[in-house]
Ligand binder design. Structure first.
Ligand SMILES: *Cc1c(COP(=O)(O)O)cnc(C)c1O
Length: 352
């Protein structure tokens, strides 16, 4: 066996999806299963589908391309780049949009490819990321869209808690619902947000006409993103990273010599002197994971820090459990998973 190794438990993912899906269906919400965190690996996408997902979403058209053989509605959940319009029409059925000019390009390409492309208009409700500000101009845009032969207005959506970390609220969901009711549509998709909107839903604070959410983190880790709490009956250990020990020594806890700055120009954080401690150096680094979103499975292990190629831990007790060439396991969260997936140095293995 070679390391670093990422173990992916498809059963846990499927069970999480079933759990979150049944929660959402109680509130009339259909999930678009977001696949960007795991680069749309088809086996994980299949676990989504086995768990009941009927729509897929990804921010990268390159990922949706990998899913072309899945006969299921696909959403591009990042506003399309004009340079990629051809692939957007080829590989997605729906895209989230915030620029009329881009929508016109989508229409022209859809005519070329003899396709109908659906769009969801994004409304910025305060997070100041993508979306139209709702005003008279928005009405004009809706008007213009109705003249486009190969574009079908599918609904509206919003995204919160991703840039300015503005939380979803009952008021904001009411605003979205009211905007949707102004559209010339009978049953618009009203996409109320990402995993940060789940808490509002569970608190019964979402108007019943909100009928869609785009979820990634909550399906994979059972975690809602408003208070970062875990949903009951879900598991957070679907992704376990195994890293190999390449140095294991008792060394001082305090560095010695004159202290310089790190690669960002910042002073390193102060280290507490605990005397000599057992330190293990692992053959994995910032290229492959993110130490702020991973936790060692063994409570005796504490992460001290990392550089590009090394991760350094303190083994607090039971050092006899560890040896050179041995493995330390970590449960991964969002950004760590994203890096491990993208790192070509990390071997991936499915377990179930
Ligand atoms: C990433 C993303 C999501 C999914 O977010 P999670 O927090 O993983 O649920 C939803 N919508 C948009 C527009 C996104 O970019």
């Amino acid at each position: 066996m070679s390391y670093p190794l990422l173990e992916i438990n498809l059963d846990i993912i499927k069970e999480n999806v079933m759990e979150v899906n049944s929660l959402c269906s109680n509130y009339g919400i259909d999930i678009t299963g977001v696949t960007k965190v795991f680069s749309a690996y088809p086996s994980i996408v299949q676990a989504y589908i086995d768990g009941g997902i009927k729509r897929l979403g990804d921010s990268r058209i390159e990922n949706l391309k990998k899913l072309k053989d899945f006969d299921i509605e696909k959403w591009l959940i990042r506003v399309p780049s004009i340079s990629q319009i051809k692939d957007v029409i080829l590989y997605s059925d729906v895209s989230l949009n915030s620029e009329l000019e881009t929508i016109i390009c989508l229409n022209n390409e859809a005519i070329n490819q003899n396709k109908i492309h659906k769009i969801i208009l994004m409304v910025d409700l305060g997070d100041l990321r993508e979306g139209f500000i709702y005003n008279e101009k928005f009405q004009l845009v809706v008007n213009e869209i109705s003249k486009l032969s190969n574009i079908l207005l599918y609904g509206v959506g919003t995204n919160l808690t991703c840039f300015s970390f503005i939380l979803p609220s009952k008021e904001k969901m009411e605003i979205l619902k009211n905007i949707a009711s102004e559209l010339p549509l009978k049953n618009p998709v009203i996409s109320g947000g990402n995993s940060a909107t789940l808490k509002l839903m569970l608190d019964g604070e979402i108007p019943s006409s909100i009928n869609s959410m785009r979820l990634g983190e909550s399906l994979l880790f059972g975690k809602e993103r408003c208070t970062y709490s875990f949903l009951s009956s879900t598991r957070a250990d679907a992704f376990i990273l195994n890293a190999e020990i390449v140095e294991l020594k008792e060394k001082p806890s305090l560095p010695w010599g004159e202290i310089g700055v790190d690669s960002y120009g910042n002073l390193p954080k102060k280290v507490v002197d605990k005397g000599p401690i057992y330190r293990a150096i692992l053959a994995i680094g910032k290229q492959d994971c993110d130490i702020e979103t991973m936790i060692p499975l063994d409570p005796n292990v504490e992460i001290l820090g990392a550089s590009s190629d090394y991760l350094i831990v303190h083994i607090k007790n039971n050092c006899e459990n560890y040896h050179l060439g041995g493995i330390i396991k970590f449960q991964l969260g969002y950004f760590s998973l994203m890096r491990a997936i993208m790192s070509e140095y990390v071997i991936k293995k499915y377990i179930s």
